[in-house]
Design a protein around this ligand. Structure first.
Ligand code: ZN
Length: 113
């Protein structure tokens, strides 16, 4: 499962932080990724729950900042935010380049005790 390896690197980051500033428990972890990043929030949450068992991150809430899909039109030059992958400009029907929404999973911040 793709999400499991993502969670593993996430837990590595959390453990690294723990070496610096001691904390007992992680309350919230904020993450971001693009809507087209191929990440399933429910699968990620499940993988996190399983992999964090017995660690300070166990039971932490995950918050997701899901970045929108943005396309840039090659014809009219305008940027649009769209719901999912598209190859057409919603404004003029022209060809587009996807310029946002492919972002990989990123660790933003966490709240600890
Ligand atoms: Zn256009």
């Amino acid at each position: 499962m793709h999400e499991l390896s993502l969670v593993q690197s996430l837990l590595d980051i959390i453990e690294e932080y723990r070496d610096g500033g001691k904390f007992r428990k992680v309350n919230t972890v904020r993450l971001s990724f693009g809507r087209l990043g191929g990440i399933e929030p429910a699968a990620l949450r499940f993988a996190f729950d399983v992999a964090s068992r017995g660690m300070p991150a166990e039971g932490a809430a995950l918050e997701f900042d899901i970045l929108p899909v943005i396309v840039s039109c090659l014809d009219c030059g305008r940027d649009s935010t769209v719901d999912g992958f598209t190859s057409q400009c919603p404004l003029c029907g022209g060809d587009v380049l996807v310029t946002g929404g492919n972002e990989e999973l990123r660790f933003l911040e966490m709240d600890v005790d």
